[in-house]
Design a protein around this ligand. Structure first.
Ligand code: ADP
Ligand code: ASP
Ligand code: MG
Length: 440
């Protein structure tokens, strides 16, 4: 059994849905198809939710109506028969009625999650109606029945496995299943999600839960590129990555993969393929346990990073000092990405500044605290990169015109990270592209 996940662009237009219906029926292997919301929908839903949170109901209503119109136009091109069209209309009516009811209810975080869930429900239901019209036999599976997260927002593959197995048991003869990415239920039983871009994570969790032969992530580009194609003009796909390399790239900003999407596949040793819906024959990227080669593979960048420096001439060398500092971050459930130390100071970076003020206040007990926001982590990834000759020399020569705030080397054998100001990101990525890959 395999998993095929299609992202927002891959389902964003009726013709894309036509194309993916061909891709999912190409072979007879049993499969679970995981769909994202149509491109732009989750952003619109987030804006609607944001307007509601600020009490801007009239504006939220306008946004809901505009989104509904988008779907009305979408189904005109998606289906042909009267029957399919009226079913698609009913789906749209159901979900937009829900959004219109929400307009009248007082806003809460739980309601926000309900709003955000509408996109994947809509896309998968409309796709299912199209498949039925095409006489493509399949079963629509509600992800909310099996995709769960625990009280710490962590998905548990064991639980997902049991729930999914029970559901699949009921459809032994079915070879094609369609479900939603991104959405899940939390420990309180409420609708929740796996954070933005989370459909990749859903796909990998499902692949792990069913012990899939492969987890295919179909998107709008031909695999993981050697550098960020949104920033750098000339980039190329990487043929093979190890799970570790892919996880580092995803975590440090390669948007093609959700940051947490690799560990489930890695834990169950399931190959992940990154493929292009617009160019289905392109090789894409294969992610397996073996990296295939050593040396620099790719560069990624993660924005919106905050650096926090704690200076303390008295205490830094005392044992237990770092623990006390880390405990403050732990208390506010804020994870640390990079760490550097000196005799008198320790610097860390965080990507979530929701509790920054509280954290700083508590850290001030230990010494003076400096905060630099709007930083970017640039990560150079490659199997055994830290043992590859001249890599450090090349990196430092290349970025010599750019001030570097922190360096992380040796944390793993596959990653060298630099912290720079966000303003210098484009320049740094472009310069590294030239020197490390010979591409301008
Ligand atoms: P989907 O909607 O299919 O999940 P995403 O937009 O989330 O697609 O991810 C694909 C996008 O990731 C690409 O269009 C590209 O702009 C961006 N991206 C960022 N870094 C990389 C990279 N290193 N390789 C490939 N794509 C990348
Ligand atoms: N639709 C969700 C988002 O836009 C999840 C996903 O596409 O992966 O974030
Ligand atoms: Mg994505």
């Amino acid at each position: 059994m395999k998993v095929m996940k299609f992202g927002g662009t891959s389902v964003g237009k009726p013709e894309r849905m036509f194309a993916i219906s061909k891709l999912i029926t190409k072979d007879n292997e049993q499969k679970i198809v995981v769909l994202s919301a149509l491109s732009g929908t989750t952003n619109s839903l987030a804006e609607i939710s944001d307007s509601l949170s600020k009490g801007e109901r009239a504006w939220a209503k306008q946004q809901i109506d505009a989104l509904e119109l988008h779907y009305q136009n979408f189904i005109i091109k998606l289906v042909i028969t009267e029957d399919a069209y009226s079913k698609a209309k009913a789906v749209i009516a159901e979900h937009f009625e829900f959004l219109n009811i929400i307009l009248k209810i007082s806003y809460s975080d739980a309601l926000n999650k309900d709003i955000l869930a509408q996109g994947e429900l809509l896309s998968s239901k409309l796709f299912s109606i199209y498949l039925n019209e095409q006489n493509i036999v399949h079963e629509w599976l509600p992800a909310l029945d099996f995709m769960t997260i625990d009280a710490l927002d962590e998905p548990q593959i064991g639980t997902i496995k049991v729930k999914l197995a029970q559901i699949l048991q009921r459809f032994k003869e079915t070879t094609l299943f369609v479900t939603q990415g991104y959405i899940c239920r939390n420990a309180k039983g409420e609708v929740d999600n796996l954070k933005r871009g989370g459909s990749d994570y859903s796909a990998s969790l499902i692949a792990a839960a069913i012990n899939a032969s492969v987890c295919e992530i179909w998107t709008d580009i031909d695999g993981m590129h050697n550098n960020d194609p949104r920033v750098v003009t000339n980039t190329k796909p990487v043929e093979q990555l190890s799970f570790e390399e892919a996880a580092e790239l995803a975590y440090f900003g390669a948007k093609i993969l959700h940051p947490a999407s690799i560990w489930p596949a890695q834990t169950y040793n399931i190959p992940v393929k990154l493929l292009n819906t617009l160019q289905p024959d392109a090789k894409g990227t294969l992610i397996i346990s073996d990296a295939g080669s050593t040396g620099v593979k790719a560069v990624a960048a993660k924005d919106y990073i905050t650096a926090v420096k704690i200076k303390s001439s008295r205490m830094l060398l005392a044992y237990g000092f770092l623990r006390k500092i880390f405990e403050v971050f732990e208390k506010y459930r804020t994870s640390i990405d990079m760490i550097t130390t000196s005799e008198v100071a320790v610097s860390v970076t965080i990507d979530n500044d929701a509790y920054l003020n509280k954290i700083v206040k508590e850290l001030e007990i230990f010494g003076s605290v400096e905060v630099d926001s709007n930083q970017t982590i640039v990560t150079i990834v490659g199997n055994e990169i830290t043992e590859t000759e001249d890599v450090m020399k090349k990196i430092f020569e290349t970025i010599s015109p750019i001030p570097v705030r922190m360096v992380s080397y040796g944390g793993s054998r596959h990653n060298i990270s630099l912290l720079i100001s966000r303003d210098n990101k484009e320049n740094a990525l472009q310069l590294l592209n030239k020197r490390l890959f010979g591409m301008e």
